[in-house]
Design a protein around this ligand. Sequence first.
Ligand code: CA
Ligand code: CA
Length: 314
Amino acid sequence: MKKREIKLARGKAHQRGVAIIMVMLIVAMATVLASYLAQQQQLWQRQVESQFDRAQARRLGIAGIDWARAVLAEDARANSVDHDGEMWTLRLPAMPVDNGEVIGLIEDRQGRYNLNNLVRNGLSSAPDIEQFQRLLGLLGLNSELAFALADWMDSDSETARQGGAEDSYYLSLPEPYRSANHPLSELGELSRIKGFDERVIERLRPFVSTLPLFLPVNANFAPAEVLAALIPEMSLSDARILVQQRRGHPFNNIIEFKQRLPRNGTQVNSQDFSVSSTFFWVTGRASVANSQVSTQALLQRTGNWPTVVWQSVQ
Ligand SMILES: [Ca+2]
Ligand SMILES: [Ca+2]
């Protein structure tokens, strides 16, 4: 074979070799791509399913809040007294739903001391501050915290009393901010106020609320500490006796409440108390497959259907 022919044959063999390698590479790439696409599709499908489950859990959570509204509306139709022996206070077992479950609890919010009472129409309210100071004392907390809270909520920027704090204090902090000069919308805001550290907030938590209206405390739900704070003549031990006696025998009206106080003649301001509630707290959890949603809502019961003042579904 001539030299030129040999060179040509070698060239063709080399080209075939390159073509085979190219084909193999393409096949390999196509296989990898197909596997990648299959994985992506599975991932996308799982994401879609998970989003669908989450959306369904959210819907269930909101339905749970609506269920609580219906229960409270029904209770209002049945009676005008609210106490801890009523059906709506029962903690229900988890209710099974398609591929999941929903669970919820309704709690009274009017047996607590409303922190927003400290400021009325933008002005600090001395009688309310005194009541809150009594509560602070009964809980073993510094009574000056009442001035810090009143300053935080009153509309002016003057630090009136010892323990109070306004812009001048908050703006001097390493991460400065201004005083709200506005009522509290939720308990978490307390952490921004001078003196309200985690220990103080946790101590207060079971006894206080942040309601948007000035309403009397429901004597059927008030803890002994709140009763004793609102009735200066009543000791904490007497308040505890009253709470003990209240179990299974709720007060049907304020006259009855006054008559059943442990000491005859104890002065009570009737305007401070009621035997019914307007505000309720709902907590719930809904789960569908692996998706879970927690719900919280503050309900205001006026008229035929309770309204949602605040809600969180997450
Ligand atoms: Ca009731
Ligand atoms: Ca202020």
